[in-house]
Design a binder for this molecule. Sequence first.
Ligand SMILES: C[S@@+](CC[C@H](N)C(=O)[O-])C[C@H]1O[C@@H](n2cnc3c(N)ncnc32)[C@H](O)[C@@H]1O
Length: 281
Amino acid sequence: MTVLESLKLATEYLEKHSIENARLNSELLLSDVLNCKRFELYTNFDKPLKESEIQKFREYLKRRAIGEPVQYITGKANFYGLEFIVTPDVLIPRPETELLVEEILNCYDHNLQLKILDICSGSGNIGITLAKFFENSIIHCIDVSEKAIEIGKLNAQRLNFKNVAFHKIDILTQKPIEKNYDLIVSNPPYVSESKKQSLQKEIRLFEPHIALFVDDELKFYRRIIELTDEFLVSGGKLFFEIDHNQAMNVKSLMIVKNFTNIKIKKDLADLNRIISGVKSI
Ligand SMILES: C[S@@+](CC[C@H](N)C(=O)[O-])C[C@H]1O[C@@H](n2cnc3c(N)ncnc32)[C@H](O)[C@@H]1O
């Protein structure tokens, strides 16, 4: 069977299992099996696949057909131009979160020596990307999940960024180990438990619930904003990713704590997604 033939069969198979973007999914999985770039499939349409490659592709397709996300099958996800290792212990980095990083990158001179805290760091996608652009800065990433911390460390090591460190901390009951951060960023769990059933099965059945769901949508924002008293320098900035329904509530929490210059940015779906502010006292 050739590359082209296997792609056609795979696409039909995934379509039958109601997988959206079946062709794209097939290409992503096959390029991982063949260890090549997706566009290289197009220049190798007539190349015959080895039996072992067909076997591996078949296994991948079976997993995709029951809803497992491509990124967990291949073990990789792209975020802001970097490739991150992902396992089902960490959330798959989202394009919305790239906007959060972009917002931060637009706010600072990249040569500054900042002390940055990434709360709820997961795979380390935010902290590590900031480590790349802010070479002279120090980034501390914290997460409650031991396994997420391991993945974060692995990603930093693989991508060779030495200015980022990971610590296991439960932000709801513990505090960061250092003070005086110039910038605090967080993409905390913010999906209400009550919305669980309405989510795609890719998310509901495969992504870590600890990364997504909360009984109280404002719990993490309240706690992190509270902690800025002690851990964010005066004039320091706070950046959050938010559920679009919570923009005004998070803004109110920030106003109460005397944050100024509060900005809310929309995502590509035109929904409020990023909020930031400056600690004024
Ligand atoms: C929405 S994910 C964000 C992951 C990553 N920063 C990203 O943007 O893709 C939320 C993260 O919060 C972590 N988390 C959940 N409860 C926590 C807690 N009490 N303290 C610290 N981290 C927590 C989860 O393990 C998960 O990695």
